[in-house]
Design a protein around this ligand. Structure first.
Ligand SMILES: Cc1cc2nc3c(=O)[nH]c(=O)nc-3n(C[C@H](O)[C@H](O)[C@H](O)COP(=O)(O)O)c2cc1C
Length: 190
């Protein structure tokens, strides 16, 4: 493959001390040598409204361009009420519409989640995977990363101190890059 695999990281949380955003920052330092990871903050988008989808706000247009340019997506989702956050759902909706400007179709992806609870966002990931079927996104199935009791895995500067989680993240990123290269070879256009 000629160029590096460009991964776009999207966090479903705009919280300053977000564990999910921290996971993405950590991922940026763990990507394989043949890949890059850039994070886009989607937490300030206005609520999706069909009336505005033909000429969306500038920040949404910038986001859609970034998704289009990206070879793969890494989602980091919080779990809110056993589902994904409104922040993430909103970004998915803006990216999906109008149908002629859907930016999700055919994108390789991976999902991670962090939660203060013991289940690490497993239920949110299940919901996100269901949504990805509709969006025609192609996620890797494993390895899975559900970071429960996330407050114990990070230090005060929100750096991952848990080595096992770091290793899982490293393997997951490698799998995402391999999957992306495989799909690129098949389509010839990714
Ligand atoms: C409205 C709300 C609902 C939540 N529901 C769940 C839940 O269903 N399951 C869970 O594990 N954690 C739940 N939590 C806890 C979040 O997982 C926790 O706040 C997490 O740190 C949020 O992600 P962030 O650190 O990236 O902001 C909820 C938090 C909020 C604010």
């Amino acid at each position: 493959m000629e160029s590096k695999v460009k991964i776009l990281g999207i966090s479903g949380s705009g919280r300053k001390g977000s564990f999910n955003s921290a996971l993405l920052r950590e991922a940026a330092s763990l990507v394989p040598a043949n890949a890059t990871l850039e994070v886009f903050d989607v937490s300030g988008f206005p609520l999706y409204n069909t009336d505005q989808e033909v000429s969306p706000p500038a920040e949404v247009r910038a986001f859609k361009s970034k998704v289009k340019e990206a070879d793969a997506i890494l989602f980091a989702t919080p779990e809110f009420n056993r589902s994904i956050s409104a922040t993430l759902k909103n970004a998915l909706e803006w990216g999906n519409r109008p149908p002629s400007e859907d930016v999700w179709e055919g994108k390789p992806a991976a999902v991670v989640s962090a939660s203060s609870g013991p289940r690490g966002g497993a239920r949110a990931q299940a919901v996100l995977r269901q949504i990805m079927v509709d969006l025609d996104i192609y996620p890797i199935n494993g390895p899975e990363l559900f970071l429960g009791k996330a407050q114990e895995a990070f230090d005060q500067d929100l750096r991952l101190k848990d080595e096992r989680t770091k290793e899982t993240l490293r393997v997951l990123l490698k799998a995402l890059v391999e999957w992306t290269v495989l799909l690129r070879g098949r389509s010839g256009s990714l």
